[in-house]
Design a protein around this ligand. Structure first.
Ligand code: C2E
Ligand code: MG
Ligand code: MG
Ligand code: MG
Length: 284
């Protein structure tokens, strides 16, 4: 009858809900275990000067290296880490690891060259009350120069909690840490909204870069670069995959870039090879 069929449907629905809930819990449990086992690794994608092609910094990007050797990209576990709160210890680990690596490079391949380390902060990391304290503690413990660290946040974080965000950004800027707006253009904020916050870098989202053959997108990128420069920001283009995109962005006056055309996110050893090659060129 309709009634039993109805009940059957409800049961099927319950099952899939339960399965979904279980899968989320499995992921959380596995993330917790992975943290304990030290399965998170940090890769580094070079950020380079569009004029000289010299590397000017890196972005730290976390990966989960599972015991079977599989590398899980952050898109597959950051949301669960964010939801469960595990992003707090995970983020602390990435920040510490990135600073430690940076200090090693300073003492060897980097010397005194201008170079920065950029680290992503999720909404939950940024809004935690202890953030500024945690950053100071890490900088001191790792002997990381504050001026060489940049923290990347998205515009949506600034739009959702403008007052508390302002206080935090001021706290971070007082330390000397740089602030970058990540994925600019994907949210609904504008530069006139962002300019009230103490930020110094604007990262133009990959979507504009890949769409730059279209006249409309080119015009947008050109205006964003010019407005951002007038506001005193340095501009980074994300997701540069072709020489054409690189040339176009350089012609529009964009300062820095990152993308597969130049280099993918690299393990530390590969990054050091790349930095070593550029150091040798500069010294010649
Ligand atoms: P994001 O901060 O915007 O990082 C840039 C992403 O674009 C990275 O993906 C990078 O591998 C990718 N990418 C770089 N160049 C190219 C290109 O030329 N073409 C294409 N198609 N992609 C390119 P990834 O490493 O998978 O990270 C995805 C996102 O996960 C990051 O986006 C960031 O929001 C988040 N994430 C990564 N690491 C961390 C972390 O340590 N903490 C937090 N909170 N979030 C992180
Ligand atoms: Mg980023
Ligand atoms: Mg980005
Ligand atoms: Mg992005």
């Amino acid at each position: 009858s309709a009634r039993t069929a109805g009940r059957g449907r409800v049961r099927v629905f319950d099952w899939s809900m339960r399965e979904r809930a279980e899968r989320v819990m499995d992921l959380e449990t596995n993330l917790r275990l992975a943290l304990d086992r030290g399965e998170f690794v940090v890769h580094y994608q070079p950020i380079f000067c569009l004029k000289t092609l010299a590397p000017r910094g890196v972005e730290a990007l976390v990966r989960w290296k599972r015991s079977d050797g599989e590398l899980v990209p952050p898109g597959e576990f950051i949301p669960a880490a964010e939801q469960s709160g595990l992003i707090i210890p995970l983020g602390a680990l990435v920040l510490a690891e990135a600073c430690r690596a940076f200090v090693r490079w300073r003492q060897t391949v980097l010397g005194q060259k201008p170079f920065f380390m950029s680290v992503n902060l999720s909404a939950r990391q940024f809004t935690q009350p202890e953030l500024v304290k945690q950053v100071v503690t890490t900088l001191r413990r790792e002997s990381m120069p504050a001026a060489d660290l940049k923290l990347e946040i998205t515009e949506s974080i600034l739009m959702e909690h403008p007052e508390s965000a302002m206080l935090k950004l001021r706290g971070l800027r007082e330390l000397g840490v740089g602030i970058g707006i990540d994925d600019f253009g994907t949210g609904y904020s504008s530069l006139s909204y962002l300019q009230r916050f103490p930020i110094d870098t604007l990262k133009i989202d990959r979507g504009f870069v890949s769409g730059m053959e279209e006249h409309g997108n080119r015009v947008i990128v050109r205006s964003v670069v010019s407005l951002a420069h007038n506001l005193g920001y340095e501009v980074v283009a994300e997701g540069i995959e072709t020489m054409g995109q690189l040339d176009d962005l350089a012609a529009l006056g964009c300062d820095l870039g990152q993308g597969y055309y130049y280099a993918r996110p690299l393990v530390e050893d590969r990054l050091l090879e790349l930095l070593g090659r550029h150091g040798a060129e500069a010294a010649e």
